[in-house]
Design a protein around this ligand. Structure first.
Ligand code: PMT
Length: 338
């Protein structure tokens, strides 16, 4: 490779900046692991770390290696960073076994790239605020009140909006996931108050807001500076109301701004979601229910309904959160145009 050809130490940087796309195919378990953790001991990894262009990877390995939790965890991280996976195929593998893990056919890789680059830049010139992840409300230096949000849904939305040309502010609660998509500015926060302050600061400059965060409605009234000691009695934490970010943005919203909410429900899903549209002045709401298998917190998939102000409902199948984000961004882009 030219990196080792003696032309200079920084050729990987030049390549990373020069390319319009980087394709890693076949992406072995080893290569995926290095990409996911930043190990930089060869030219591919050095170029990958320097690349500012969209990166595509086409995994190829034996079925058990593909299914291994380490591999799946690495793929999850790479997708959350904003890289694009070209799905593996099913069939006969080099080992003679049959299963998932075959590299996508070269023609399919080309088609994937064609579709990606043909994609209209539906949100070009638009600025979008997205909230994602949980909030942690501090009790004392070692404890907090939180929830199970992983941030995956909101990160997928941020990557999808940026792929469509938007400039994205992602206000992200505490999670191990993030993105390094060049179109996304990540603002890391911990508490609902911090999430509110950043959202209120950024929203006036935006064309739309998408509120995918699971925000704690309450926080402890007092923060104990020292670790609270156990004694032999029951213990009560007094809670006070947190700011309702959605409601505040809904009230301040200008005529040309759109606001999209989420509703995570466990019962009377539609009725609760419709009430939230009114209460928070959303243009539409994305409903997901904890009663649907594979939907909601943590999963790589989600099953949503989009409900408009006019109470019209569009139901979608269970899909990857990346595909769900595509459906939501389509809806937003149509409404921003219309
Ligand atoms: O992060 P993942 O693991 O991928 O999971 C995704 C998700 C389930 C968290 C996501 O899809 C989702 O449903 N997010 C909203 C969860 C929620 O808290 O909904 P809610 O019904 O409590 O709130 C309604 C809306 O008001 C939401 O848009 C919420 O962001 C917003 N809100 C709520 C309370 C508050 N204090 N401020 C807010 O802005």
């Amino acid at each position: 490779s030219s990196v080792s050809s003696g032309e200079g130490w920084n050729n990987h940087v030049e390549m990373g900046l020069w390319a319009d796309a980087m394709i890693v195919a076949p992406a072995t378990a080893n290569t995926l692991a290095k990409m996911a953790t930043g190990i930089c001991d060869n030219a591919v990894q050095a170029v990958y770390l320097s690349a500012r262009c969209p990166v595509f990877f086409a995994p190829a390995m034996d079925l058990d290696m593909w299914q291994h939790p380490t591999t799946q965890g690495n793929v999850e991280r790479l997708i959350s960073f904003g890289n694009h996976m070209i799905p593996v195929g099913f069939g006969e593998l080099a080992s003679g076994l049959t299963g998932e893990g075959r590299m996508a056919e070269p023609e399919d890789i080309v088609t994937f790239l064609d579709n990606f680059f043909d994609k209209e830049q539906k949100l070009s010139g638009k600025k979008i605020l997205i909230t994602a992840g949980p909030t942690y409300e501090k009790i004392d230096p070692v404890r907090f009140i939180g929830n199970y949000s992983s941030g995956k849904m909101g990160i997928a939305l941020a990557n999808e909006a940026a792929d469509n040309g938007a400039q994205v502010y992602l206000v992200l609660g505490p999670t191990h996931l993030t993105t390094d998509h060049p179109g996304v500015e990540v603002i890391n926060v911990t508490t609902a108050v911090e999430m509110r302050d950043n959202s209120v600061r950024l929203f006036p400059d935006c064309d739309a807001g998408i509120l995918a965060a699971a925000v704690a409605d309450y926080r402890p009234k007092a923060y104990a500076e020292q670790k609270i000691k156990k004694n032999d009695q029951d213990f009560t934490i007094e809670l006070v109301e947190n700011p309702d970010i959605a409601k505040e943005l809904g009230q301040s919203k200008k005529a040309d701004q759109l606001l999209v909410g989420f509703a995570l429900e466990t019962q009377s899903e539609e009725a609760n979601a419709k009430a939230k549209i009114k209460k928070k002045n959303f243009d539409f709401i994305v409903l997901n229910s904890l009663n649907d298998k594979g939907a909601g917190f943590g999963y790589d998939t989600n099953k949503i309904s989009i409900i408009g102000k006019d109470n019209k409902i569009k139901n979608f199948e269970l899909k990857s959160k990346t595909e769900v984000a595509g459906d939501i961004i389509d809806e937003l882009a149509n409404r921003l145009e219309g």
